[in-house]
Design a protein around this ligand. Structure first.
Ligand code: GAL
Length: 827
């Protein structure tokens, strides 16, 4: 955890006794060619403004991990956006006085290959676009008065399997300290003893700039979540270049968990000759992590399953440019779904995400990359720099995030082709050792997909926690064979669905494709390697040693438009998400919610009931609910009561004696037979005949009493626009966001679920229009222009607060329907 922003008003011009200052560099000039410069605010993603084009990073490749044998044109693989090539940023900053000060720059991530010059002199370089790095500025480079900083970046083609973004897409800070100071990521806090009664806290602090044998007073206060000092350690450090260790006792600690995200702070003050020279704050949580063989994962002594999602880093229509309000919105939605964990697949997260997970209560598996050196998946991807950079990147990642309460596990990679042989095992040992050395408190995993190979060559048995991607059919066997006696579904499901689009007949299918380039909203379709969510639910439910799963993915992302990835332009974004690219929940959201959210009830009906042309045809109805049973009544006719759990779970143990080859074949059949155990988790009425009208569902409690009911009606002619914002007040910080769902309703207020008209947006007052999206993976509408077609009757508009308090007025209008207006307070 980096030092907090301290005394901003005193920034930069302080003398010998200066404390630290931490100044974000926000206003820059940007150019693609060093001649045409324009003003931009950082975080900035130069490619998200488009235009989309099939030829952007068009890749002719063989995707071996998907079982392909020949090279084919992969369209939209990285989002179809112009992120390839060079980009330049420059800005100036004032330093009134440099005496007695040292300077460093912290980059939270820069895409990619950043080279940094200050006053024309190159001071540092990093290769990987996702990692945070810092540069200690050599003495004399920064001068009193005006200084300049320039950053040049370059993205290579064929360097990614998804949209990476481009430019200074994360924050950059100038950090000023005294010569004697705590360096970037210079503390490490652990909590060796944790109970309700007491906890021990151990803080290890690096101290830079001290002369040999210099005496430095180190005073650390431990501050509780309510702001009181609960322990203090005031002791003298005798400098020999070694780190300094301080121990504390905290009585009756407030333990961190996703439900109780209580955070402590260690405030360390360094004093030299009676003068305070640095204050460094380390935020941490007190919680215990126990991974117990056979029994599972325990957080603060409580059995806990990972109800996790994998997330790429882009924020849909905002691109890769990090925004705290957008990340908070994602976490809010995921928590409402009942998720308790995120895997930062397949790269280091933005620090804002980690801090929000600490604060809002979300566990994290932090992962660095998707490729190692042997047979990399992307020709110019991380594999091409692994040899030179892997160790440095790992060290930065672990040192950056090892104090964060939310981080409960490290991952060192994903489906690396080196799993096939001994090279991979030695790469794994090297990476895992770095984690063990820098942070012995958290276990290490890696997403493995080559089951037979990793069992045979020792890769799986070497990991702290064996993590399998899409291998539920092997879990029980892996559990028997492997030494750890715990299994993780490091990547699961990869079910594909488009929000509000349903395909008939409803069937379980791998690789289904349709002329409209969408996938079915019935949540019954998947890829050749994947399955429906229900299969993973049953593995979690049936085995305590299954420590849980990370679903691919929480939100849709730019790039990887499977199953429309091969010569299928204009598809350019994923349909794997439980939530679409416009942050609108798909039906699947309620399926996960019905299983994972144990605090609130879920009762959700699908599909919608506007099927002009399907009159008299079979139109299956599903109900995703937390209640055990429900009755379906369509236009007054009962289709009977159904109960969950009636279907038998798939029994994979009967396959134990099969060869890997036969097991894979059997799995292909299991995935589509007998509804793959689907009716254990959903209520399905196959024989419903469509007539316009009303679908009513009455849910029952386990004791047979009536619990709740819900109705979906056929909507009439579109009549007016409806705006539903996620909040009514914004902070006047120039970055806060409101997400507004835009829909049309008939004259009685029923939402029209299949409307696709274009809607225009106008934003006035104390904020500005930021972006829009509709979740359609084929839409080539630009995200930053204030007009969007509705997709399955909905789109999202995102409005950003300005820096001055006031009121924002937002208006939506469209042909043939009444407009709608809404306002927000900015304060
Ligand atoms: C996995 C891979 C992910 C994503 C996913 C799609 O094999 O790890 O990055 O490609 O498949 O199903």
């Amino acid at each position: 955890m980096r030092g907090f922003f301290i005394l901003p008003a005193l920034a930069i011009s302080l003398g010998v006794s200066a404390q630290r200052s931490d100044t974000a560099l926000k206003q820059w000039e940007f150019s693609r060619d060093m001649s045409d410069w324009k003003s931009v605010s950082v975080p900035h993603d130069w490619a998200i403004y488009g235009p989309f084009d099939r030829s952007n990073d068009l890749q002719k490749v063989t995707v071996e991990q998907n079982g392909e044998k020949t090279a084919t044109w992969k369209t939209g693989r990285t989002g179809g956006l112009p992120y390839i090539g060079k980009g330049y940023y420059r800005t100036t900053f004032e330093v009134p006085d440099t005496a007695g000060q040292v300077f460093s720059f912290e980059f939270d991530g820069a895409m990619s290959n950043p080279r940094v010059k200050v006053n024309g002199k190159e001071i540092g370089h990093w290769a990987y676009g996702y990692n945070s790095f810092y540069i200690n500025v050599p003495a004399g480079v920064i001068v009193p008065g005006k200084n300049s900083i320039e950053v040049s970046l370059e993205n290579k083609e064929k360097s990614s399997r998804w949209y990476p973004g481009a430019g200074l897409y994360r924050n950059v800070r100038l950090v000023t300290t005294s010569p004697v100071h705590v360096p970037t990521w210079g503390t490490y806090v652990i909590t060796p003893v944790v109970s309700a009664k007491e906890a021990s806290v151990r803080l290890t602090t690096e101290i830079a700039g001290a002369a040999k044998a210099q005496k430095i007073l180190v005073k650390t206060d431990i501050i509780s979540p309510d702001g009181t000092v609960v322990a203090t350690n005031n002791s003298v450090y005798h400098a020999q270049g070694q780190p300094f260790v301080q121990d504390f006792l905290v009585e009756k600690p407030q333990l961190w968990s996703p439900d109780t995200p209580c955070l402590y702070e260690a405030r360390t003050t360094l004093s030299v000759d009676g003068k305070d020279v640095d204050v460094y704050n380390t935020r941490f949580g007190i919680r215990s992590l126990e991974y117990i063989p056979e029994k599972g994962f325990f957080l603060n002594g409580e059995y806990t399953k990972f109800k996790g999602v994998c997330q790429h880093h882009d924020l849909g229509p905002l691109g890769a440019a990090v925004n705290k309000a957008a990340l908070a919105r994602q976490i809010e939605m995921l928590k409402d779904m009942g998720a308790n964990a995120i895997r930062t697949s397949h790269n280091m997260p933005a620090p804002e995400l980690v801090e929000l997970c600490d604060q809002m209560g979300m566990m994290l598996m932090v992962e660095p990359f998707d490729d190692w050196s042997f047979r990399p998946k992307s020709q110019n991807g991380y594999g091409s720099i692994f040899g030179e950079w892997a160790q440095k990147d790992m060290e930065n990642m672990v040192k950056h995030y090892r104090n964060n309460a939310s981080v409960v596990m490290w991952s060192v990679g994903n489906e690396v082709p080196s799993q096939w042989g001994p090279d991979g095992v030695s790469e794994l040992v090297m990476l895992q050792d770095i984690c063990h050395r820098l942070d012995p408190t958290r276990p290490v995993t890696c997403g493995m997909d080559q089951y037979g190979a990793v069992i045979d060559n020792g890769f799986a048995s070497t990991l702290d926690i064996p993590g399998f991607n899409y291998k539920p059919q092997y879990y029980t066997q892996a559990y028997e064979i492997l030494p750890q006696k715990l299994i993780l579904g490091s990547e699961t499901a990869s079910t594909v669905s488009s929000r509000g689009v349903y395909m008939f007949p409803m069937e379980l299918k791998a690789g289904a494709k349709y002329p409209n380039h969408q996938s079915s909203g019935y949540d019954t379709e998947f890829c050749s390697w994947s399955n429906i969510p229900d299969v993973d639910f049953s593995m979690d439910d049936d085995y305590p040693w299954m420590i849980g799963q990370f679903v691919w993915t929480g939100f849709d992302y730019l790039g990887e438009p499977s199953p429309y990835d091969t010569d299928s332009w204009p598809n350019h974004s994923s349909v794997f998400g439980i939530i679409d690219l416009a942050s609108l929940p798909k039906d699947r959201y309620y399926l996960y919610r019905s299983q994972w959210n144990k605090k609130e009830s879920t009762l959700h009906i699908l599909p919608h009931w506007n099927w002009k042309g399907r009159e008299g045809e079979k139109t299956p109805v599903m109900v995703y609910t937390s209640y055990p049973s429900a009755e379906l009544i369509v236009n007054g006719k009962s289709y009977g009561i159904k109960s969950k759990g009636e279907a038998k779970p798939l029994d994979y143990s009967k396959r134990l004696s099969m060869s890997f080859y036969d097991r894979d074949k059997a799995w292909d059949e299991d995935r589509v037979q007998d509804k793959a155990g689907m009716e254990r988790y959903r209520l399905v009425w196959d024989d419903v005949v469509y007539q316009p009208g009303e679908v009513r569902v009455v849910a029952y409690n386990a004791d047979g009493s009536k619990a709740e009911e819900k109705t979906v009606r056929t909507a009439g002619k579109a009549h007016h626009l409806v705006l539903t914002p996620n909040r009514s007040k914004l902070a006047a910080d120039g970055e806060d966001l409101v997400y507004i769902t835009v829909q049309v309703a008939d004259k009685d207020g029923n939402i029209v679920p299949d409307d696709s008209r274009a809607v225009k947006f106008a934003t006035k007052g104390a904020g500005s229009f930021r972006a829009t999206a509709n979740g359609d993976p084929t839409s080539l509408r630009l995200f930053h222009l204030p007009e969007m077609d509705l997709f399955s009757g909905a789109a999202t508009a995102i409005v950003q607060a300005g820096k001055t308090p006031g009121v924002i007025t937002f208006e939506a209008s469209a042909k043939g329907v009444k407009p709608a207006k809404i306002s927000f307070v900015v304060e």
